[in-house]
Design a protein around this ligand. Structure first.
Ligand SMILES: C[S@@+](CC[C@H](N)C(=O)[O-])C[C@H]1O[C@@H](n2cnc3c(N)ncnc32)[C@H](O)[C@@H]1O
Length: 295
């Protein structure tokens, strides 16, 4: 596997990261006879193959570099893309909130450039399965290439199709929906999830979240949460520790929910209301009262 984080030495076919002065870095696949051309000189792959990870190496101009294995975050941040992609900041929280882990069957739409697909495939491990839908073949092609480069394509079923047509899959553990109009597809997503399964969506505006919330409540999703993840880096200088000058201020809002199976028993009504799984029209006066108290 080209990206085996358990290995100790760089081998031909591995994904490697070269980090030079001022944090300039490159992610490459090591190929016998290959060369990496940088503005600080050339590094021959043959001089890198066989070295322990973490070694210091030098270009033909004697510029220093470190030879490392890229982290998941490095791989995702540098991903070749032709769509908006998901970033580690949001992905980490999504994976833990949806409990995506070894052996699980998880789903995603749309695939885009495959950033989230990589994270899901990494998290479910060799025993798990990721099913990802995309309607544009050229995007699917790049995503497949990105997964193949890391040796993760064997964990993924790439499906070409429109979400509107529904999914063949059922009883999936979790579903990540990354499209601009998620509210149009909650019925299809619900049908693919197992009872109790996890749902997550990321959209960049409040307006989109609002429309999604109405749709989720109408479609028997509950335990709905909306949040955003803020991440601020610091300059790691012990004598003048302070935030970096720039930060990514906004990526998107995350909406989480669970597929629930309510009974018709009147005794369950209060809990249904509390979990947010009654349609707004059914909440009636309660809803008006809540809106009043928000002002
Ligand atoms: C923002 S991108 C997804 C990025 C992806 N999560 C990643 O991390 O690389 C949205 C993708 O959804 C696809 N898409 C939008 N509507 C769709 C639909 N109805 N059916 C299938 N794919 C759709 C788009 O073609 C696009 O590739």
């Amino acid at each position: 596997m080209p990206w085996n984080l358990n290995s100790t030495h760089a081998q031909a076919g591995d994904i490697a990261q070269l980090v030079g002065l001022r944090h300039k870095h490159f992610i490459i696949t090591l190929v016998p006879g290959g060369e990496l051309h940088t503005h600080r000189g050339i590094l021959k792959h043959d001089d890198l193959i066989g070295r322990p990870w973490g070694s210091q190496v030098f270009s033909h101009q004697d510029s220093p570099f470190f030879l490392l294995q890229p982290s998941l975050a490095d791989v995702l941040t540098e991903l070749p893309r032709n769509t908006q992609i998901m970033y580690p900041k949001d992905i980490g929280f999504i994976l833990s909130t949806m409990s995506v882990g070894p052996g699980q069957r998880v789903m995603e739409a749309g695939t885009g450039s495959g950033s989230m697909t990589i994270a899901l495939a990494y998290a479910v491990g060799p025993e798990g399965r990721v099913v990802t839908y995309e309607r544009r073949p050229e995007f699917q092609q790049l995503a497949r290439k990105n997964l193949t480069r890391l040796g993760l394509e064997g964990r993924v079923d790439f499906k070409l199709g429109d979400i509107l047509d529904g999914f063949l899959e059922t009883d999936m553990d979790a579903f990540f929906l990354d499209v601009p109009n998620p509210w149009d597809y909650v019925v299809q997503v619900r049908a693919a999830l197992k009872p109790g399964g996890f749902f997550c969506n990321l959209v960049p505006t409040f307006n989109q979240v609002e429309t999604l919330l109405y749709a989720l409540r109408r479609t028997l999703f509950a335990f709905i949460e909306v949040c955003e993840i803020m991440l601020r880096y610091y300059k790691p200088e012990p004598t003048r520790l302070r935030p970096t000058d720039r930060m990514v201020a906004h990526t998107g809002f995350l909406t989480f929910a669970r597929r629930i199976e309510p009974s018709n028993d009147a005794r369950g009504r209060d809990l249904l209301k509390e979990a947010g799984a009654l349609g707004l029209e059914e909440k009636g006066e309660d809803e008006d009262a809540e809106a009043e108290s928000d002002r």
